[in-house]
Design a protein around this ligand. Structure first.
Ligand code: ZN
Length: 183
């Protein structure tokens, strides 16, 4: 009888701790991107099953876009690109960034000071790898793109640090098609 009472008290205490550990109002991100929507309610217009994404994307793209992978610095195809055009989401084709906003950050990944248009991306807190970063995702399909930091150039002060594998550069007047043959 006594042990049952103790178990019950333990369970109640555990529930109280769990309740306390799951606040309904999350604290604001330490790094906020003023032109992005910080969303904890991750519902995206374009939905695919993970099996479908595996068919649509190359293994490298799948790892970055759907598993929040990070390509090694100075290895992606766009880290040093200066060609004009627009960068589309490699998963869904949405225009996310403009080459005009790309700058040399020397970090080894394509870096942009601005988003192509408001509401093209969403951000959320990322506490992985023992750090607090702000993750950047495509607002249309929810794919992981990279992270945003507050050490970018004026006037925005933002540095959208994006994986090359997550974006496709197309000329401004190029058709919206996604080409399957990249190599
Ligand atoms: Zn997308």
């Amino acid at each position: 009888m006594k042990s049952i009472f103790i178990l019950g008290a333990l369970a109640a205490a555990l529930l109280a701790v769990r309740g306390g550990a799951a606040p309904t109002n999350l604290p604001p991100a330490a790094v906020t991107a003023p032109h992005a929507t910080n969303s904890t309610d991750m519902k995206f217009p374009l939905q695919h099953t993970e099996a479908e994404w595996r068919k649509i994307l190359t293994p490298e793209q799948y790892h970055v876009l759907r598993e929040a992978g990070t390509e090694a610095p100075f290895t992606g195809k766009y880290w040093n690109t200066k060609e004009p055009g627009v960068y589309r989401c490699a998963a869904c084709g949405e225009i996310l960034f403009k080459a005009d906003d790309k700058f040399d950050s020397d970090c080894g990944w394509p870096s942009f000071s601005e988003i192509a248009a408001q509401k093209k991306i969403v951000t959320r807190d990322d506490f992985s790898h023992g750090m607090h970063r702000t993750e950047v995702l495509c607002a249309n399909c929810g794919s992981h793109l990279g992270h945003v930091f507050n050490d970018g150039p004026a006037p925005t002060g933002q540095r959208y640090c994006i994986n090359s594998a997550a974006i496709d550069l197309a000329g401004t007047n190029a058709p919206a098609e996604k080409t399957g043959a990249k190599k």
